[in-house]
Design a protein. Structure first.
Length: 295
């Protein structure tokens, strides 16, 4: 599955001054998701997008009035010279298509033509500065090895790397987590504060090549004060965020999602993203302690 399909279509067809909704992930070892809605629409930079530092996951906007495409619901008509329907662009694309066989096939062909032949709108190029890293990308082995060493020792000698605890997306809304329970490498997890050492202490005795596998197989769920949880057997890897510089590209592991940015940043699924390294990573950066407990 091409998880950049929706955004790749958007940057070629939407009106860059009529963006109604933007959802983005901050690319840091401590994840943050922002969703901004402007019903009347506004320009991309009015949303405060930070260059090379955020992965845009969702964009809702109007198509350009001068768009020379032959999609059923985007063609200007005598009674509707500028239909300008809202396009919802995420991993996929939500767009009205023809309902009859010939019209549907024609619309699908036209979407392929837009992706192959239409240039990216210059004002929307920043939306492609951060890209997901495909599951088959050869860099992933090196990235996973770096994360495995960081899991055992957050101050390990891994160039330009850091790691921390991060809330999975399911917990962005709702009450504060009161307790964390689960199992990791056949070891029970039951704590009121999920710290990096909570996970690291279990993983250190394991060979480096087995640590991420243990995280994927293990599970941790957050429980509210009433002892209810928003998840059931959530992979322990989804509570980890990591940042690794590799070959001049910054890679971010967030909530199991992959991306990379054109400064060069990446994320893994439980995901990697990539983009170009920023100036703060010149030479050997100071190694930082992992962030404190999740609140």
């Amino acid at each position: 599955m091409d998880r950049s399909f929706g955004i790749d279509f958007a940057v070629r067809v939407v009106d860059d001054d009529a963006i109604r909704q933007l959802t983005r992930w901050a690319l840091r070892s401590k994840a943050r998701v922002d969703r901004n809605i402007v019903p009347g629409g506004q320009g991309l930079w009015a949303f405060g997008l930070r260059e090379h530092a955020e992965l845009v996951k969702e964009l809702v906007a109007k198509a350009r009035a001068d768009l020379a495409v032959s999609l059923t619901h985007l063609r200007p008509k005598s009674h509707r010279p500028n239909p300008g329907p809202g396009l919802e662009c995420r991993d996929g694309l939500r767009l009205p298509l023809g309902v009859e066989g010939a019209g549907l096939v024609a619309d699908l062909r036209e979407i392929n033509r837009v992706l192959a032949e239409f240039p990216v709108v210059p004002a929307l190029e920043p939306l492609q500065w951060v890209r997901r890293v495909p599951a088959c990308d050869p860099r992933r082995d090196d990235l996973e090895r770096a994360v495995a060493h960081l899991l055992a020792d957050a101050d390990a000698d891994v160039a330009c790397g850091e790691i921390g605890i991060s809330y999975p997306a399911k917990y962005f809304e709702g009450p504060d987590v009161h307790r964390y329970r689960g199992s990791l490498n056949a070891t029970a997890v039951d704590t009121s504060e999920l710290m990096l050492d909570t996970i690291g202490d279990v993983l250190r005795p394991i060979p480096a090549e087995e640590r991420l596998r243990a995280l994927r197989a293990g599970h941790i769920d957050g429980y509210y004060e009433n002892d209810e949880s928003r998840s059931d057997g959530m992979s322990a890897l989804q509570w980890i965020a990591a940042e690794v510089d590799l070959e001049g590209t910054r890679h971010i592991l967030l909530d199991g999602s992959d991306s990379r940015s054109a400064t060069n940043t990446c994320a893994m699924s439980t995901g990697w993203c990539a983009g170009h390294s920023t100036a703060r990573h010149r030479g050997r950066p100071p190694r930082r302690r992992p962030p404190g407990p999740v609140r």
